[in-house]
Write a protein that binds this ligand. Structure first.
Ligand code: NAD
Length: 347
């Protein structure tokens, strides 16, 4: 089948990633890029990538069926709507945009023009996430009590537009959108309430980290935490369920699982610390637990473009839907409100 021609607006870090990935896609190919920065255009030319002289020229290219928007977050909307008005299908980088009103205008443009519109939630294909999702949904550990999903770094927020509120900077928009979307993929796009606190350690204009609790039905609680001032990382995932616990240290490590085989123990050897004695907190022995590891599955991020191209051709359902985009963004905006007011926000 003929590959779909894709034009990319914004040739920075992520625009470059799209070009690279599309080079070995089996469903799509790069028609060219456009960037407002001449230096970015020069870089593309030096790599033999076609560069459009303007956004208008790009949108006038009738061979282009799909436009990927990989610019700073505050300009996704204007570029995406211009592309949809020109009859192009659109993928916006994440976060799709920064306000609900803006998202509704984008969805309206897609419906009015009869074109497809989605967001690049590529971290749905991360293997650590797929492993934890499978474990939670398999019922292997029984009902989930709570889950913790963390990413930690130690370099603060990048010193570019990501540190500027007016550009849609901050870690809630940057990493939060990925982790929140993953949590929704595990527990459903029906969160009930949120509570959030934000960090402003290296940046005073926008959050450089946060801790967000999302509550679901049956009292399931998901904690999502992003830190950019952590010189020792906490585990990527931690799970408590009725039948045991699981912990995943990093992006590419196995999941450590400890299942509770027998709740009652005959004899517990207490732990004696410098100043006291505890049986409650003493470790369990191997007679009442079953410890093992789960190797994460393999994934292929090319499935993202495969799905969107096939959805455009009417061959598949679009995986990342408008309603899912609405829920992810709603949680981010509620998190900002909670952090500002110090209150739990009902959704
Ligand atoms: N999905 C992911 O894993 C992932 C990872 C990183 C970034 N992103 C997202 O990708 C987008 C871009 O991030 P980045 O890291 O590439 O940023 P970047 O700063 O490296 O690149 C942005 C590029 O957009 C260009 N640009 C700005 N305004 C423009 C306009 N009006 N028209 C055309 N070009 C314009 C800039 O000149 C720059 O070259 C953001 O929305 C970001 O959140 C996604």
């Amino acid at each position: 089948m003929k590959k779909m021609r894709v034009a990319i607006v914004g040739y920075g870090g992520m625009g470059g990633w799209h070009v690279k990935k599309l080079a070995d896609s089996d469903v799509a190919e790069v028609a060219g890029i456009y960037d407002i920065d001449p230096a970015a255009c020069e870089k593309a030319i030096s790599r033999d990538i076609h560069v459009y002289a303007s956004l208008e020229e790009l949108l006038a290219d009738t061979s282009v069926e799909l436009v990927t928007v990989a610019t700073p977050n505050d300009v996704h909307e204007e570029i995406a709507i211009a592309a949809m008005n020109a009859g192009k299908n659109v993928i916006s980088e994440k976060p799709v945009t920064i306000t609900m009103e803006s998202l509704e205008r984008m969805i309206e443009a897609s419906e009015r023009n009869g074109v497809r519109f989605s967001v690049h939630q590529n971290r749905r294909w991360d293997e650590d996430f797929l492993a934890m999702k499978a474990l939670c949904q398999s019922g292997e550990l029984g009902d989930v009590i709570n889950i913790e999903s963390r990413v930690h770094g130690s370099r603060g927020i990048p010193g570019d537009w990501r540190g500027m509120k007016k550009c849609g900077g901050g870690m809630l928009y940057d990493w939060g959108i990925h982790l929140i979307d993953q949590i929704h993929m595990i527990f459903g796009f029906n969160p009930k309430r949120v509570s959030c606190i934000c960090d402003y350690i290296t940046n005073s204009d926008c959050d450089d980290g946060f801790r967000l609790d999302i509550y679901f039905e049956n009292n399931i609680r998901a904690t999502v935490e992003v830190g950019t001032y952590n010189f020792i990382n906490m585990p990527r995932w931690y799970l408590r369920a009725k039948g045991g616990s699981a912990c995943m240290q990093g992006w590419k490590t196995p999941i450590d699982v400890v299942k509770c085989d027998k709740w009652q123990e005959k004899a517990v050897t207490p732990v004696e610390t410098a100043a006291g004695l505890t049986k409650t907190m003493a470790p369990r022995d191997e007679f009442t637990t079953d410890a093992y590891q789960i190797t994460p599955p393999k994934s292929d991020v090319h499935d993202y473009y495969r799905n969107f191209v096939r959805a455009i051709r009417g061959e598949e359902e679009q995986l990342i839907t408008h309603d899912q985009m609405r829920t992810d963004l709603k949680v981010i905006l509620a998190a900002f409100e909670s952090a500002k007011t110090g209150k739990i926000v009902e959704l």
